[in-house]
Design a protein around this ligand. Sequence first.
Ligand code: NAD
Length: 222
Amino acid sequence: MKKRKISTRSVERLSIYRRALLHGRNEFGPSVYSHQLAHACQLTAAQVRRDLMAIGYSGNPNSGYDVKRLLTSLAAFLDSQEVRAVAIVGMGYLGRAIAAFLTNRSHKIRLAAAFDVDLDKIGLTFSDVHCYSVRQMAEVLAERHIDIGIITVPAEQAQHAAEQLVAAGVTGILNFAPIVLRLHERIYVENIDMTVSLEKVAFFARPTGRPKRASKSSPPRH
Ligand code: NAD
């Protein structure tokens, strides 16, 4: 399927539709209406129809979309033909957790290598992935056709790690370090920051106008 210019938000939504379809197979049956999919994803039916039309999905929204065919169309649009190889840089707490999460998760994305500067980690295997020295990055990335990097190093090391990845041929980075990476615009960077998300939740979940709860440490009233 030809990939037209599509926004990052649309790609994100298409991925959410696929997850909803896979998780809700029993709930939807063999076909799904746009309003059902919209409800499952907390979006509008019009948005769902627009997104599916944008990828050229030719199902009929009036008689419901055929779930199997829709999943095939989504896969044809979202997934590469070939398996994409990914590397993690920084095998600390977060790097190891991500390695454990990614192992055998997707048949289209394969965690192929990990890198660190710590001599105690180099040479070890974490969740089936070998940890190499960052000095071996260029050679390992080329050998394993890795073009996606995940950065889980301390903030002050992240820019350097990103530049090393790019110099070794990486074109997409998932950055967990809390800094803004400065890279050539041809490199696609996605940032994930739990602190920002949590602050957002705390902000929007402020108990405005609600009576204040007594704290556990308050002395009992008599
Ligand atoms: P950690 O100290 O446990 O791990 C960092 C690892 O990076 C270590 O193994 C260290 O040896 C390695 N490292 C340091 N410099 C390196 C370099 N130049 N090249 C390769 N490896 C290098 O830290 P952590 O708790 O795993 O956190 C890692 C990063 O993730 C930090 O930047 C932290 O702020 C961030 N973080 C983000 C989120 C989020 O939601 N985005 C959540 C937790 C942590």
